[in-house]
Ligand binder design. Sequence first.
Ligand code: FDA
Length: 307
Amino acid sequence: MLRTPLLVAARSSACRTLVERAPVTRGLVSRFVAGSSQEQALPAVQELARDRYVTLDHLGEDTTDITQAQATVTAYSRLLRELGRQGLADRAEVSVKLSAVGQFLSADGEKIALDNARRICEEAAAVGTTVTLDMEDHTTTDSTLGILRDLRVDFPWVGAVLQAYLHRTEADCRDLRDAGSRVRLCKGAYDEPASVAYRDKGEVDRSYVRCLKILMAGEGYPMIASHDPRLIAIAGKLAADTGRSPDSYEYQMLYGIRDAEQVRLAAEGNRMRVYVPYGDEWYGYFMRRLAERPANVAFFARSLVSR
Ligand code: FDA
């Protein structure tokens, strides 16, 4: 019931000011965000990299300012060089939102985003790691998959996220199940209309399983991005049924969510990657995490009232 209002609030600047100023917010944000700077986030990455893999997200989205888009590219370049310097590039890659590097800029947004993403891929290639493109709301899917296709001509290892809640995703999985492709399959975190997306949880889960079957039977590298115990168990069974070796797919979860399960999956010999966001632009990301779980909202609301 709270999901839709929270996701609407995620894009409201008035709510943003309110939430950002609430003194209790910081504590809860730090559960999901590894720090406000690269320097703060990297110790957490070092720690996780002992038994897990990492993908780092420099927080930011919906940029309407070219200077901001360029600053994001600079931040990723600095991060990638540091991953190389600290010997972390074989354990840590980066995740990029195209809307943070210019996709929504009015003139030539797509071209700017492509050029900026290309620069990030060049830096990633130089240190020997990979890049995965995050997926935002459904109005960006075609553009993001188009940019993915262009990037993969020079950087065939660039990955993409597909969202099981979209009606189109089974077809996208078929297009992206070939050798070399890396697909991070998630349920989807935005407020989408019924014309393009399943809105019922059971339907989303069933779509996830159909998509997973296509990816696991394909020749690419599926990345199972979910905390849902049922889907994780199904993924394990599909891997066994299709004869996949543990290095031919991976599980992924978000920083701060189901840590014990992450440790368990890694200890059982699975590849387990943690999505680690950092930076000051945490508002949209944080609101989507609240929307996913009513208990998070209740905790946040209780903290506000008890002050
Ligand atoms: P579900 O929401 O059913 O949760 C299953 C269980 O996980 C819950 O019962 C709870 O125990 C735990 N859990 C889930 N969310 C929680 C939370 N916020 N706080 C505490 N516990 C929680 N989406 C998108 O649209 N575009 C993208 O690019 C990405 N990228 C991405 C990368 C990675 C690595 C992950 C894991 C997820 C994403 N997502 C995403 C988010 C995704 O679409 C989805 O919203 C969340 O993963 C929650 O869905 P689950 O599959 O975990 O199931």
